[in-house]
Design a protein. Structure first.
Length: 202
């Protein structure tokens, strides 16, 4: 994703790295950068390398968006004036991006139709990331205590720790296994981990 997120990306920045997540805004902004980088990787590779990059591209937003929906958006609704409207706008953007993603579910990464659809998805996702960083994350950081932001980051990291990093055994096509079963399971585990972390936080 774009904006400040892309500038934060480096080779040492890995999802779930506590050192890369001093607070929830830092963590999610860094993930925006990672997602942007993954779009570039999918675009510039071919064959199995592209299929693998696409699998990782879809996996990260599955956890990222779940964390935002469970942790960030509820806090932002009441953290600052107009928060509810800001969140509704972000949710509409997320819905539009998910609709574009669904168009890629059954499209092989070598199909000529894949790249135009991917680029359209990229434009939607990067625009959404810029809006989050400028209109939600910045205000959330200004109006939320550092302790609360750190707790929210802990919840996000807990969710990420539950997510698988490889396709399920026996699945022959990574692209065919991206959304339906595995990604729903990732989201469910992420929500459970978020609730446990927030309930047990300081």
């Amino acid at each position: 994703m774009a904006g400040a997120g892309r500038d934060a990306v480096d080779e040492q920045a890995q999802v779930g790295d506590p050192a890369a997540a001093e607070d929830v805004v830092a963590l999610l902004t860094r993930q925006h950068g990672q997602i942007h980088t993954l779009f570039d990787e999918v675009r510039t590779t071919e064959g199995e390398a592209r299929a693998d990059a696409f699998r990782r591209l879809v996996h990260l937003p599955a956890v990222h968006e779940t964390a935002e929906e469970e942790v960030v958006h509820p806090s932002a609704r009441t953290a600052f004036d107009g928060g509810a409207d800001v969140v509704e706008e972000r949710l509409a953007e997320e819905k539009a991006a998910k609709e574009k993603l669904s168009a890629l579910e059954d499209t092989d990464t070598s199909d000529p139709r894949f790249m135009p659809a991917l680029l359209s998805l990229r434009d939607a996702v990067l625009a959404h990331a810029r809006s989050e960083e400028r209109h939600e994350f910045a205000l959330l950081r200004r109006t939320t205590s550092p302790a609360r932001l750190a707790l929210m980051a802990k919840a996000v990291r807990a969710a990420e720790a539950t997510a698988p990093t490889h396709p399920h055994p026996g699945v022959e096509s990574a692209t065919a296994n991206l959304i339906l079963g595995p990604m729903a399971a990732v989201a469910d585990r992420a929500r459970d981990a978020i609730r446990r972390s927030m309930d047990g936080g300081e």
